[in-house]
Ligand binder design. Structure first.
Ligand SMILES: [Mn+2]
Length: 422
């Protein structure tokens, strides 16, 4: 290997996932979007300062494939800084960047249309040669593959398992061919946006509406590779600890939900040399705190509001944080909770979410002369709603949904519904 190569790997920017809430008066951008952009700025600055040879973005630039022009501008500004700094940058397409409809543009396509110097957009199975990259490195790239793409290739949907096997056959063939064509003496890196079995998944599974595009573990742990740069899973992790090649999800660049409250977020600096591959995670210091508080109010609590405020602690401790408060309290205590005071106490927080869980003292009681077995599941469910003090108007839609689910489970087909497609 001629000399050592230094890469910066990041993924799952999702810069507009919190495109709402309080706005910054100077930029007009939502404060939370600015948090994401700050992470992105740090990534770009690190790439320039560290003089990396290549930046790999492993997919999912935005929340979905309809970023607003403002958001697109902010993304483009930062990618152009990399371009102008002369750093080859590969932008891989993730599931959130893609339209499921055949022939529609994805969110990264304009960089290719304008032929932006040093920016390489990858939206199909592709290899990037040392000539293309201007570097002694061979890149094998696997973007998220959409169901419609596979269907266009004639894969039928009837048997998901056979289908998954067919995808995996295709991927093994692609990687095998790619490695066979790799010039001697240059390292091979795999860049992919996909799920890999064994990864600790997080919020991204709720964000994904399509089927899960999965890469087999043995494909990514191929020892002929020098590094595997993954995107899709939001928790940063190495899927081959201590092994070769290192197989890393860079993770998302900001926290998206409370599940990630304790997760560090950052990017990876990767050095490939004749001695092997060294991966150094870099974490952001600026991340906004996400704080969750639980309070349980008992039946004989004299002052529920005071209890809640005490749990939240001093107002100034909440400054700038995203705060969630869950209060469990007996239904008859609800009126004693002064919500306005609670909101006033949390006004320094950037966001405040209050969830009240009202507890009912009475248990579900059935008439004593009728055995439970004589009730149908639907009747029992209705009794349950009633015991919770719900009105028929409130629980009717849920009953209807339950009826449909029970029908489906019992294999009697579905009722035609009037609901619109999401
Ligand atoms: Mn994804």
């Amino acid at each position: 290997m001629p000399h050592s190569l230094r890469l910066l790997h990041f993924a799952d920017a999702h810069i507009d996932v919190a495109n709402y809430g309080r706005r910054d008066p100077e930029t007009g951008l939502p404060v939370r979007v600015m948090d994401f952009l700050r992470s992105l700025d740090e990534i770009v600055e690190a790439a320039i300062e560290e003089k990396v040879d290549l930046v790999l973005f492993a997919g999912d630039a935005f929340k979905d494939r309809h970023p607003t022009p403002t958001i697109q501008r902010e993304w483009a500004r930062r990618i152009l800084r990399l371009s102008k700094a002369g750093i080859p940058t590969v932008l891989l397409v993730g599931n959130h960047d893609l339209s499921p409809s055949w022939g529609r543009a994805h969110t990264l396509e304009l960089f290719r249309v304008f032929d932006v110097p040093n920016i390489h957009v990858v939206d199909r199975l592709q290899t990037l040669t040392p000539e293309t990259l201007g570097l002694p490195l061979y890149l094998i790239a696997i973007p998220w593959v959409h169901r419609s793409t596979l269907m266009a290739r004639g894969l039928s949907l009837t048997d998901p398992r056979a289908w998954q096997e067919e995808i995996h056959r295709l991927l093994y063939r692609f990687v095998e061919n790619a490695l066979a064509q790799k010039p001697d003496g240059v390292p091979a890196v795999l860049l992919a946006h996909a799920m890999v079995p064994g990864a600790q998944a997080g919020w991204e599974k709720f964000m994904s509406l399509d089927f899960t595009f999965t890469l087999p573990g043995s494909l990514v742990r191929d020892p002929r590779l020098h590094y595997v740069a993954l995107g899709h899973v939001h928790k940063q992790q190495d899927l081959n600890p201590g092994g070769h090649p290192p197989v890393w999800y860079a993770g998302s660049i900001e926290r998206v939900s409370f599940d990630e409250a304790k997760e560090e977020k950052g990017f990876l600096l990767v050095e490939i040399s004749s001695e092997g591959t060294r991966v150094t995670p870099r974490f952001f210091q600026h991340l906004r705190p996400f704080r969750t508080f639980y309070v349980r109010i008992s039946e004989n609590e004299p002052d529920p509001t005071a209890r809640v405020l005490e749990t939240l602690g001093p107002e100034e401790n909440l400054e700038g944080a995203v705060v969630r408060l869950v209060v469990e309290l007996p239904r008859e205590k609800e009126k004693a909770l002064d919500e306005r005071r609670v909101y006033r106490h949390t006004r320094a927080a950037l966001e405040f979410h209050l969830t009240k869980r009202l507890q009912d003292p009475q248990r579900l009681r059935l008439p004593p002369d009728v055995p439970v077995a004589q009730y149908s599941p639907l009747e029992l469910l209705e009794l349950y709603w009633q015991s919770k003090g719900r009105s028929p108007e409130e629980y009717a839609p849920l009953q209807k949904l339950a009826r449909e689910i029970i029908r489906q489970v019992e294999g009697q087909g579905t009722e035609p519904t009037q609901t619109d497609e999401p």
